[in-house]
Design a protein around this ligand. Sequence first.
Ligand code: ADP
Length: 495
Amino acid sequence: MPFNSNPRLTRLLDASLKPLENLLIGFMAVLVAGGMFVANQVDVDFASTALYLALLLLTANLLTIVGVIYTVLLSMLALTVMFVFQGGFEQRESTAHWLRELAVFAAIALLALRGKQVADHLRHKEVYMSGAQRLSQTGCFGFRADLTRIGWSQQSARIFEYPSDTPPTVDMILARTHPEDVPLVLNALQKASCHDAMIEVRYRLLMPDGRVRHLHMIATPLCTRPDRFEYLGALMDVTAIEHAEAALSQAQMQLAHVSRVTALGELAASIAHEVNQPLAAITSSGEACRNWLSRPQPDLPEARQALERIIASADRGSEITARVRALSQKSAPLRRTESLNDIVNETLPLVRHELADHGISAKIELTVFDGQISADRVQLQQVIINLIINACQAMSTVNATPRTLLLRTSVSDREALLEVADQGPGICATLLEQLFTPFFTTKEHGLGMGLSICRSILDAHQGRIWASSTVGQGSSFMFALPLLAVNDPGYASAI
Ligand code: ADP
């Protein structure tokens, strides 16, 4: 019995007849047939009709629809033969009686056939459902809100790895729940006791052999009597999905890392230039310091100032190398409360030389705003670098001068926005949708992964990225990130 203790569900799901029941019905059918024979012999009309009907109803459970139709026809034929045989047609009254019998019999046969059809249909549905449950690793369950009765389908028992004939209890469910997730389950049960309209919980099972299974469970209340509040629900073993998602995010992280390293390769000249600047400043300040000290009367205050400049330049140099190291490292995403303007400011030195190389001047418009975002700084830098490199490449294909790249931050509807607008050839409207799909590229040596990675990074930040363009007038790439609300955790610490 799939639903062990809930009779309503049992009836619904366990429509198949058991062998013992079949035997019993067969036995009763023989009894009815015998009764009919006797009734016919002793000429009791009403009894024979009633027995034919009983036979019909019994066979409806045992035979196929065609079999039942044959039974109906045979019964009607038998009634007619008996009627003729007994000379009933000689009397008007018995002819009317015979016709009435046939009409009643036909009407009941029709009802029996309809019932049979519905029962067959239900039985088919049940087979489909249990097959689908098995294939999709989904089970169903029902319970009273006060937990006095719990029932589940065989597949649910299978997912919890209990024998399917053992009635489930709250203790059995908790025994399989991962210790860290017990509060989640208790909270769901608490919701049931408060008669919540919808209960949904994702949690882990810990099997006796140490295996972990991931479950997704949903339950909704069933229309019940005022004194009884029941829930019906479904649970799904999402272990495979969880593993696939983990593998996907791992692969995405690796891909993002590869793309970052590729971008760094392209930026190598720019980075070398950025590191060279403080190095040159160190050299010149060092030389100045030596000169101040080599004087017959060493000028110590000037020498000290030169040393300060050396230290400041060295700090800048190590800051740049640290940023490059952070970009090239393969690290798990790290969410912190950040300022979008600061991230843009930090990224600019890395691309300044790239811009200069393409003869592009950058117009930076950073709108001052209070709002903070929750972001992985390195990942957002990667997005900005990707957009700037694409813009540089796009602008290098047109001859127009001067070439200007616009970088603008703004706030709209509790979102921080960054726009990267170029004066390249633009993108035709039909291609705009495809830009963010993996491997879409129009470049000879392009990989087509840059924008797709940008989108997965923005997705992971609950943000959005999109492009707009007018062919011949350049393109504009925008991304938006939700601003932290004042009462969000981490907001205060960032101010
Ligand atoms: P890749 O640069 O390797 O081609 P991307 O995903 O970064 O991969 O870009 C995909 C495509 O989007 C590019 O090949 C190009 O056709 C188009 N694209 C991206 N940025 C711009 C831009 N600023 N102007 C015009 N086209 C662009």
